[in-house]
Design a protein around this ligand. Sequence first.
Ligand SMILES: NC(=O)c1ccc[n+]([C@@H]2O[C@H](COP(=O)([O-])OP(=O)(O)OC[C@H]3O[C@@H](n4cnc5c(N)ncnc54)[C@H](OP(=O)(O)O)[C@@H]3O)[C@@H](O)[C@H]2O)c1
Length: 279
Amino acid sequence: MSGKLLKIGFIGGGKMAQAMAKGFISAGLSKGESMIASCHPSDLASHAAFKDLGAESIFENVPVVQKSDVVIISVKPQVVPTALGDIKKAQGVNANKLFLSIAMGITIKQLEQFLPGESRVVRVMPNTPALVRSGASVFVCGQKATEDDASITKKLLESIGTCEQVTENLLDPITALSGSGPAYIYIMIEALADGGVKMGLPRDLAYRLASQTVLGAGQMVRDTKIHPGVLKDDVTSPAGSTAAGLHFLEQKGFRSALIGAIETATKRCREVSQADATK
Ligand SMILES: NC(=O)c1ccc[n+]([C@@H]2O[C@H](COP(=O)([O-])OP(=O)(O)OC[C@H]3O[C@@H](n4cnc5c(N)ncnc54)[C@H](OP(=O)(O)O)[C@@H]3O)[C@@H](O)[C@H]2O)c1
């Protein structure tokens, strides 16, 4: 990949596709002009967003495959069979390309069935902080994906945050944790700020402090590698205010609610996979 800009195509130009495209451009791995996205004809906002990046934006899927080195499948899971069906049915398309799918719950086996036999598949689970190049992504290689494909995938995903290669059996709980996780953190930030406002803080100050606190605590866990329980003990002085706050959270089932959220979201991912498998 050295020196040469990758031609990257997106099947589905929605939120995640835009986040990834912007990340690849900021990291210098691609340019707007080297990208192409297919958007649904009803989704003029995504069409305009890709045009604004300098990319080609069209309403058909097959030319995206023809014009790209790497094709990112970024439609909603229920649309994957139709969108990939367009490619399988098309005559004379060279589909010996690297396909990265970010669709929740669609397995490598399903992707390999939907695509022409020569396609090389990698399944990815990114998250939306990719937009600010702080994503947490994982990927799984399909049978035909080469070592080169794995290293291109890693390079692309590392340009928008962190990236780890995993086995496919972990993908549903990973989707529940890091794919859906930003939504849980956003309501936590909103609630922390609401608490601050209730106790007299100006709203904008409360949002700044809450978001920086979440960011800082995350960095402490990631960078120091100290167990989160030890870090929690470090801020909890005897008979202090943090101890009082923690006691309230435990009484309200805070931990248990988060554990339950991951369990419920994982089960939902499995339901989606099974529903798609039976189509
Ligand atoms: N959002 C997340 O946090 C997140 C995290 C990890 C993975 N994912 C996965 O990423 C994928 C995309 O999610 P998203 O949040 O970016 O969804 P999104 O914003 O709805 O993007 C999907 C895009 O595909 C378009 N589309 C629909 N049918 C199409 C077709 N036949 N051909 C081409 N494009 C078509 C949609 O247009 P219309 O809106 O007009 O239908 C929309 O622009 C999903 O599979 C999701 O599971 C999302």
